[in-house]
Design a protein around this ligand. Structure first.
Ligand code: FE2
Length: 182
């Protein structure tokens, strides 16, 4: 072993910068002061509809597993985005509880209850299609959250949903970048 090799023993590879999967600003505390069961309806859709947080979590974990070997960077990023969506689900659930409800994985719309189910995520195995489905989902979610944050009269709920929308905006940019680089 020459001196150069000795110097390299124990050398660490340069740290790889991870892609940021959240917006920079802190999340507002959930602090619901008025019980308003009407607001449980949009929140149940955010949590448990086909386009809700639970679907996003499952879809991203599934995709991350499927592309772990072929696209390790995208796989690792998808898993970290799934964890952010889990935090969103946690916030939605806390708000539902504060409003006097409970965070069941069942969405309510037009008087009908629809349990979340395993057919809601996309199970495509095509990487390009995966990212396109993810991008469309994030865009739809982002716009729904912006609309809700403007329409919902409770300022705390509006602030929390608006902050969640900021994360979805970050996810849109990530998926657009991945699609462009494929
Ligand atoms: Fe997202």
């Amino acid at each position: 072993m020459n001196s150069r090799n000795i110097r390299n023993v124990g050398a660490q590879p340069a740290p790889v910068e991870k892609i940021a999967v959240t917006a920079a600003s802190p999340y507002p505390e959930v602090n619901i002061t008025m019980k308003n069961p009407q607001l449980l309806i949009p929140l149940s859709l955010d949590l448990a509809s086909a386009g809700g947080e639970l679907t996003a979590i499952y879809q991203y974990v599934y995709q991350s597993i499927m592309i772990k070997e072929s696209h390790p960077l995208i796989s690792e990023t998808l898993m970290r985005i799934a964890i952010v969506e889990m935090h969103h689900l946690n916030l939605m659930g806390q708000m539902m509880k504060g409003l006097g409800g409970s965070p069941r994985a069942v969405s309510n719309f037009a008087g009908r209850s629809t349990p979340w189910n395993g057919t809601m995520p996309s199970y495509t195995k095509d990487i390009k299609r995966m990212l396109q489905v993810d991008l469309k989902g994030e865009q739809d979610t982002y716009h729904r959250y912006l609309l809700q944050s403007h329409r919902i009269s409770d300022p705390n709920i509006s602030a929390v949903i608006h902050r969640i929308a900021e994360d979805e905006e970050v996810h849109i940019a990530i998926f657009e970048k991945f699609i462009a680089e494929l």
